[in-house]
Ligand binder design. Structure first.
Ligand SMILES: *Cc1c(COP(=O)(O)O)cnc(C)c1O
Length: 356
């Protein structure tokens, strides 16, 4: 730490993303990316003319991209904010609507970045324990005195809060902002999006990193009332107007319009997830029912940290969290049929070794 870092930031806890080792070729099932390629329309969109376009600044209002998102989700451009990943979009939400010392609530088991944001922005965070089966009781959130953020479906458990519960919460607390991070909602098939333009205190955040197979472009968006979106844009124009580059936006426009390809990819991953879950259960694993593109599981005969290590030796990356409440479990992202078949063989071999 240099002598220049300001006191407010001395307690930051930078987020640790899933590792991206390059020492050899891995089957990469540790960061909930998809191994499927982006839409074929994206391959067409990134043409030579996009390279010529690099000479000029991209549109900081992101009109074309926001219009494309708006038309796919049945809202207006004024109700859409786009950014450099869901992470940046969430960051703009916190920058716009929170100040130091303000209260924020989230479940004790959820996306680790929320804790990081709370520290970065000096918020007074309170983590509400999830139930033993990792489900979330909305009644625990009904009568609090601050804003709330949920990942729905939740990461790393794959559990989802029913949309009706979220609506009850939002309706009963018009003065409190509820932020719903729907990074995995496509794999669930349910969404709060229609509520986001109905209730002025709800913000729904989405990403292209998971179901659109485009983590490398890092695109995220939010849908909310036009007042909320205008506020976020004011903050953006006071911080970094060009948060999305022209190549990324060209890719994003092509991808968002290709709903046929999106549905095909989602169906494939959901089918693979259900198959993999039942294969794991046949091997004696305990698997939390997942609404996302990963499973959260453990086996009685081997610790999840050891299983994670052994799989890595076999060239397969999965995610183990050292946190006491998560330590027992291993999170495995769902990939292609071939990848899941290879993982299954590796797991069988590891379990057989442990038995002898
Ligand atoms: C992966 C993930 C994100 C990150 O999305 P980006 O668009 O890649 O920043 C956000 N929220 C949750 C819950 C995630 O799991």
């Amino acid at each position: 730490m240099s002598i220049f870092l300001v006191d407010e930031y001395k307690e930051m806890e930078p987020y640790v993303p899933g590792e991206q080792p390059k020492d050899k070729l891995y089957i990469k099932l540790n960061a909930n990316e998809t191994s499927l390629p982006p839409s074929p329309k994206v391959f067409e969109a990134i043409s030579k003319s996009e390279i010529w376009n690099m000479s000029y600044y991209a549109d900081p209002h992101c009109h074309e991209f926001r219009k494309a998102v708006a038309s796919v989700y049945g809202v207006t451009e004024e109700e859409v904010f786009v950014g450099n990943g869901a992470d940046e979009v969430l960051s703009f939400v916190l920058m716009s609507f929170f100040r130091r010392g303000m209260k924020i609530y989230f479940p004790d088991i959820t996306y680790g970045f929320y804790r990081t944001y709370a520290k970065t922005y000096g918020l007074d965070m309170e983590e509400i324990p999830v139930k033993d089966d990792f489900s979330i009781d909305i009644n625990d959130y009904m009568d609090l005195e601050g804003d709330i953020i949920f990942a729905n479906p939740n990461n790393p458990t794959g559990r989802a809060i029913p949309i009706d519960d979220i609506e009850k919460l939002v309706k009963k607390n018009p003065e409190r902002m509820v932020i719903v991070d729907e990074a995995y909602a496509d794999y669930w098939g349910e969404t709060c999006l229609p509520l986001a333009t109905k209730y002025p205190n709800l913000v729904v955040v989405r990403t292209f990193s998971k179901s659109r197979n485009m983590a490398g472009t890092h695109i995220g968006f939010a849908i909310a009332s036009k007042e909320i979106i205008a506020d976020m844009n004011s903050i953006k124009f006071s911080f970094n107007p060009f948060n999305l580059n022209s190549v990324t936006m060209a890719a994003g426009i092509a991808a968002v319009k290709d709903t046929y390809y999106l549905d095909k990819c989602i169906n494939r991953i959901v089918t693979n997830r259900e198959q993999f879950k039942s294969d794991l259960e046949n091997l004696g694993f305990h698997v939390i029912p997942s609404k996302a593109n990963f499973v959260f599981c453990y086996h009685d005969t081997i610790s999840s940290s050891e299983l994670c290590e052994k799989l890595k030796e076999e060239g397969i990356l999965t995610r183990h969290f050292a946190d006491a409440k998560l330590d027992k479990y291993l999170r495995i992202t769902i990939g292609t049929e071939q990848e899941m078949a290879v993982v299954l063989i590796a797991i069988k071999e590891i379990l057989a070794e442990v038995k002898v």
